[in-house]
Design a protein around this ligand. Structure first.
Ligand SMILES: *[C@@H]1O[C@H](CO)[C@@H](O)[C@H](O)[C@H]1NC(C)=O
Ligand SMILES: *[C@@H]1O[C@H](CO)[C@@H](O)[C@H](O)[C@H]1NC(C)=O
Length: 254
């Protein structure tokens, strides 16, 4: 091989390594909501318009999740450069589609746990959006959003996930009932909670988890929602449906 062709092969492979699959999230337009800079693309606006139709306890929770997460990411320039901010926006805004208690909900299934309804719903929303292009919303981005949403009711896994899934789940964790997150800058926390108050959140969350246990009990056993069924739904009985019951069946400790 001539030196020239060796150099051109090296140059070619260097170019290939320097151009990973585009995440499609750089240099996006932004706006400011409740004092927090966020991505302002049409698909994010449309996701926002979708959740604005939900009752305020749910709409405000999804907005706080997005904004508290974005404020925390924005406060760290290294992190801000790493995170796919448009995927973070959609993953947080749409994470609770599985909470939709309306009778004709296009998001809620009978068989899936609510986090999976949200994850499938978010991916379906993106794929059916008029701007959807498979090269922009590639499989990797969609999987990161799916995982970030699907993991939001399970503790202990998301810290070890990719940065995008991790921050979608972590952002949901910033908006707990009876909880003030230390990671979120105080000024942003105050401006976000003032714009989207938490007043009805506890009552809405308890009503929603209780409704899930009553209407789709099979999707709640072995999850934290099981406890709402046991506490608040007459006739709900998880015993016999739990992994614990199967694993301990026939076991006679000596
Ligand atoms: C900022 O984010 C980077 C990348 O995730 C992390 O390594 C670093 O610890 C963060 N800095 C602070 C001050 O939290
Ligand atoms: C719940 O179901 C288990 C298994 O079928 C049964 O043994 C138990 O008595 C039930 N508990 C109540 C409170 O009905």
């Amino acid at each position: 091989m001539k030196v020239n062709s060796i150099i051109s092969v090296l140059a070619l492979s260097a170019t290939a390594f320097a151009s990973p699959q585009p995440k499609g999230h750089k240099h996006l337009p932004t706006t400011v909501i409740a004092g927090v800079e966020v991505v302002d693309t049409q698909i994010v606006r449309d996701a926002h318009a979708l959740i604005a139709k939900f009752p305020n306890y749910l709409y405000f929770h999804c907005m706080r999740t997005w904004l508290l997460g974005a404020a925390t990411i924005n406060a760290n320039a290294t992190l801000k450069a790493e995170v796919d901010l448009e995927a973070h926006a959609l993953g947080t805004i749409l994470h609770d589609l599985g909470w939709d208690m309306s009778t004709d909900s296009p998001w809620v299934t009978h068989e899936n746990r609510f986090e999976v309804d949200g994850a499938l719903g978010a991916v379906s929303f993106i794929k059916s959006h008029k701007s959807y292009k498979p090269c922009y919303w590639n499989t990797a981005r969609l999987e990161r959003i799916f995982d970030g949403i699907a993991l939001h009711g399970t503790v202990g896994i998301h810290p070890y996930k990719n940065v995008d899934s991790k921050w979608i789940t972590a952002s949901v964790g910033f908006d707990g009932v009876n909880f003030t997150p230390e990671e979120v800058p105080t000024a942003s926390f105050n401006s976000v909670v003032a714009a989207y108050p938490k007043d009805d959140f506890q009552a809405g969350a308890i009503e929603t988890f209780t409704w899930m246990a009553a209407t789709k009990p099979d999707a709640t056993y072995n999850t934290f929602v099981e406890l709402f069924g046991t506490a608040y739904v007459p006739g709900y009985n998880a015993t016999g449906h739990r992994s614990f019951d199967r694993i301990t069946a026939g076991w006679n400790p000596q």
